[in-house]
Write a protein that binds this ligand. Structure first.
Ligand code: SAM
Length: 218
């Protein structure tokens, strides 16, 4: 999936992944991230998700990254925030108050561009990437965020039922990607619902990725 694939999806309004309400698994499992007001959460491949608004409402500082400038402009407009816009490496950083979103490629972010991160919220980011890109994404994400705790929402279905994205990332792959640095816990699993259920059947899964060093010192 190159950048043009996603830019075309946004231009042509083919954004069936966008949901109008905060994701139920975020609401159900947010507490497991152990965050308090003022903490910072990173939302990779954030689209124009209303989960951003919900996290801001919890008093968190929120950082996202997204290819589509149109999506990012919609987020700031929805929140009635006027962003400051500045160049940041190969990306453009939109920021206002507790929200900042980099318009550009996740893989162009560097650690010095991100503020200290207390947690990562990945909904439909890992599963948006083809298999060959997922190991690089997982290790880059851990590097960028100091191996912060993650709430990961993924999909597991028979990949022969449809082409991704979203791709199926079964439990074995999740464990292979993350178990070297994190304790990996399945929090919940439910049948795929909504428009995606017309294209495949399988499960949506919520995972807690808890950094090993934190577990040892806790
Ligand atoms: C499946 S959508 C999920 C969006 C959002 N997380 C949500 O829950 O609505 C994936 C998003 O990632 C963006 N994207 C894909 N690859 C990216 C990359 N390498 N860097 C930045 N954004 C990317 C796409 O433009 C798209 O908006």
């Amino acid at each position: 999936m190159d950048e043009e694939f996603w830019q075309a999806r946004w231009r042509e309004n083919r954004t069936g992944f966008h949901e109008d309400r905060p994701h139920e698994m975020l609401l159900g499992h947010f507490d497991r991230l152990g965050l308090s007001a003022g903490d910072a959460v990173f939302v990779p491949l954030c689209g124009k998700s209303v989960d951003l608004d919900w996290l801001l409402d919890r008093g968190l500082r929120v950082t996202g990254v997204e290819f589509s400038r149109q999506a990012v402009e919609e987020v700031f407009a929805r929140l009635a925030l006027t962003p400051q816009i500045r160049d940041a490496g190969n990306t453009i950083c939109f920021s206002a108050g507790a929200l900042q979103i980099f318009v550009g490629d996740f893989f162009d972010l560097t650690g010095s561009m991100l503020r200290r991160t207390d947690a990562v919220y990945d909904r439909a980011a890992l599963v948006a990437l083809p298999g060959h890109a997922r190991p690089g994404y997982a290790s880059r994400l851990a590097d960028l965020t100091g191996a912060a705790r993650q709430l990961l929402i993924s999909l597991d279905y028979d990949q022969s039922q449809m082409d991704g994205p979203p791709f199926s990332v079964p439990e074995r792959e999740i464990r292979d990607l993350y178990e070297n640095g994190f304790d990996v816990e399945l929090l919940s699993r439910r049948e795929i619902a909504g428009p995606l259920a017309q294209r495949c059947d399988g499960n949506e899964e919520a995972w807690l990725l808890d950094p090993r060093s934190a577990s040892i010192t806790a």
